[in-house]
Structures are given as C-alpha cells and as structure tokens.
Design a protein around this ligand. Sequence first.
Ligand code: FE2
Ligand code: FE2
Length: 202
Amino acid sequence: MRSEKGRFALLHAIAHIELNAIDLALDVVARFCDPKHQMPRSFYDGWMRVALEEAKHFSLLRERLAQIGGAYGDLDAHDGLWEAAQETGHSLDARLAVVPLILEARGLDITPSLLRQMDEVGDHDSRRIFEIIYRDEEGHVAVGAKWFRFLCLRRGISPSHEFQRLVRLHFRGPLKPPFNDLARARAGLTPGFYRALSSAGT
Ligand SMILES: [Fe+2]
Ligand SMILES: [Fe+2]
C-alpha cells in the first residue's frame, strides 16, 4: 500500500468489483422482472438506484486511476462476482443471499481498514472515494436484507435459517471474521444471520 504500484493494483481491483456490481444490480432487475415473481415496483426501483450508485463508484475509481497514470483494464481481474451471478441465476432468494448479503456485506467488513491504510499513506483522494463507497454500500446491503426478509416472511419461513441454507448451497467456504457488526446491523443484517456460517464457528 506504500507504493504507487500497490495502490494502483488495489484501486484497479475495486474498480473491477464496482463494474461487476453495476451488471449485478441490473441483472436482478432484468432477470427477475417476470410478474410471476410478484415483486412490487419499489423492489426494482431499489436495484436501479443501486446500479446508479455502482456506476458512480466505478466512475470515481476510473478517474482516480487516470490521475495516478493508468486506466481500468491495465491489469488482469478475476471473475468471482460474475460466477456468483451465474450460480444464483435460477433463484431470486439465492441471489439476494449471496450477492448483497454475503459479497457486499464483506465490503462493509473490509472498508474501515482500507480507510485507515489510506490515512497512513496520506492518500486523501482515494480515501474520499472509499468513504462514498462505504456509505452507499451499507444502503445496498440494506436493500438486499429488506427484500430477502420480504421473500421469506411471505413464505412464512425464518429469514436467518433460509439465509444459512442458501449460503451453504451456493457459496463456497466459511465466512471470514472479523465482521463489521455495527454496519451490518445498520443495514438490517444482524449476527443471527451470519455468525453460524463463520469460520470462527460462533
Ligand atoms: Fe459499489
Ligand atoms: Fe454495492
């Protein structure tokens, strides 16, 4: 993180996540738009807002990459997020469990330490972008948690148990602590959902 090269790689990796996140939000709208899903208009409005914010995050990071002398696409990137989209393409419940409530919630766990590292190296411009992302991502987890609960309660089943069942089916490996319990809880993702799936086993 102390070298320009290291920070470029970090910003590039996060830009890649944000670019995938645009597609993931729009994929929810397009893939699950059939009236058979019986979702209210506000569900789709929520995901369109998420897509808009992901596009803002990507644009901010692309500008920052240009400021430090590179561009998105300069480095290789992984396909993990899109693999998660394919793994959960058959089920809205599974999609919400894995994408906003596992992958985006992971961002809430990691970002505070990124903010600290940017402070340590004095990269205030990158820090400001991570602050915006952190605030918005809490909202994205909240959209996921709200509609996941809606789907479960409509079927009369326990949201936390259904979450654990779907994650064990569609997500590889245990969840790694430490968890940002406060930010997760502000988004409606309380420890009863994820503690049982933790590699710490508590
Ligand atoms: Fe984002
Ligand atoms: Fe997001």
